[in-house]
Design a binder for this molecule. Structure first.
Ligand code: GUN
Length: 293
C-alpha cells in the first residue's frame, strides 16, 4: 500500500506556482490577485478561508477577504460580486459556501463573471467542463486529478466508482474521470443516496472516490483488494484529546481499508491540501488569461 501524500504534492505545485509568479513580476507583470467573500463565521468556512489566504502568500499572490455578517441581504452580496467582477485588479474570486439559508446560492454563483470564477461553479464553466472545453475546474476534483497524475496512476479503462453526486465534487470528478484524457478515460459509475446495495458496486471499483460526507462510510468489505481509494471526506468529529476539541474524519475507515489498497489518501493530508493548491492554480490561469484569452 502506498500513501498518497497530498501535502507533499501540494507543496511541490505551490513552489512551481510561486516561481511562475516571480517570473511574471520580473517581467513587469501584475501580481495575481485572489479575493474571497466570507459570509458569517462558520468554523469550517473560516478555516478554509484562512488556508486560502495563507496559500496566496506562499504563492506570491495578493489576496483580499471581504466579510459580511450572516444576516447580509442577497442584494448586498450581489453588489459585492458586481464590484469584484468589475475590479480590474481582481483576477479571480470565490464566495465561500455554504451560504445562509435566506440567500439563493445558485443566484450568487450565476452572478460571478465566469472569467473570474476560479471555483469553477458557474454553469458556463460546468458546461464547458462537461464537453471538454478549457474552463476553470472545481478545485477538489482538479486536485484529485493532479494526485492521480503525480503518482502516475493508470486510469484508462479502469472502473472508477464515485460515491456522492454533489455539484462541487461528485459530478465534476465523474466528468473528469470520464474524459478522453490522461488521467481519465475510465468507465465511471456514480452512486448516491438512492442507490441500492452501494457495497456491491464499490466492490467493483478499481478506483474508488468517496465524496459523500459521511465519516467512515466506506468499510473494508466495500473495497476490492488492490483498489486505489481517494477519500474526499472532511467531517469534523469531536475529539477531546485534540487541543481544538475536534478532528477531521474522512469518508473511509482508513485503518481497516488502507491495508487492502494499492494507493490511498489519508485524512487529513490527502485531498484537502490539493483543493487549496488547485484554487491557486486556477487563479494563476485567470491572471494569465489562459482559459478565456
Ligand atoms: N465550500 C466547500 N468547498 C468549497 C469550495 O471549494 N469553494 C467554495 N467557494 N466553498 C466551498
Amino acid at each position: 500500500m502506498q500513501l498518497i501524500d497530498g501535502k507533499h504534492v501540494a507543496a511541490t505545485i505551490r513552489e512551481r506556482i510561486a516561481k511562475q509568479v516571480e517570473q511574471i513580476i520580473a517581467a513587469g507583470g501584475k501580481r495575481p490577485h485572489l479575493a474571497g467573500v466570507l459570509v458569517g463565521h462558520d468554523g469550517g468556512s473560516e478555516s478554509y478561508m484562512a488556508s486560502k489566504v495563507k496559500a496566496c502568500e506562499q504563492c506570491g499572490f495578493t489576496s483580499s477577504l471581504i466579510r459580511h455578517d450572516s444576516d447580509v441581504s442577497q442584494e448586498t452580496l450581489l453588489q459585492t460580486i458586481s464590484a469584484l467582477n468589475n475590479d480590474p485588479d481582481v483576477d479571480g474570486f470565490i464566495v465561500q459556501l455554504p451560504l445562509p439559508r435566506h440567500i439563493d446560492e445558485q443566484r450568487i454563483i450565476e452572478a460571478i463573471d465566469p472569467r473570474k470564477d476560479v471555483d469553477g461553479f458557474h454553469p458556463i464553466n460546468v458546461g464547458r467542463l462537461s464537453i471538454g472545453l478549457p474552463c476553470f475546474r472545481s478545485a477538489t476534483p482538479a486536485g484529485i486529478m493532479m494526485l492521480l497524475e503525480h503518482y502516475q496512476i493508470d486510469t484508462r479503462g479502469k472502473h472508477c466508482v464515485v460515491v456522492g453526486r454533489s455539484n462541487i465534487v461528485g459530478k465534476p470528478i465523474a466528468t473528469l474521470m470520464l474524459q478522453k484524457a490522461t488521467p481519465g478515460n475510465a468507465t465511471v459509475t456514480v452512486c448516491h443516496s438512492a442507490t441500492p446495495d452501494i457495497a456491491a458496486i464499490t466492490r467493483q471499483a478499481d478506483i474508488l472516490i468517496a465524496a459523500l460526507g459521511k465519516p467512515h462510510f466506506v468499510s473494508a468489505d466495500m473495497v476490492k483488494p488492490g483498489a486505489v481509494v481517494i477519500d474526499v471526506g472532511t467531517t469534523r468529529v469531536e475529539d477531546p484529546t485534540s487541543p481544538r476539541g475536534w478532528r477531521l474524519r474522512g469518508d473511509v475507515d482508513f485503518d481497516n481499508v488502507a491495508p487492502m489498497c494499492s494507493y490511498i489518501t489519508p485524512v487529513p493530508g490527502g485531498v484537502g491540501p490539493m483543493t487549496i493548491v488547485s484554487l491557486m492554480h486556477n487563479t494563476l490561469l485567470a491572471a494569465t488569461r489562459q482559459i478565456y484569452p
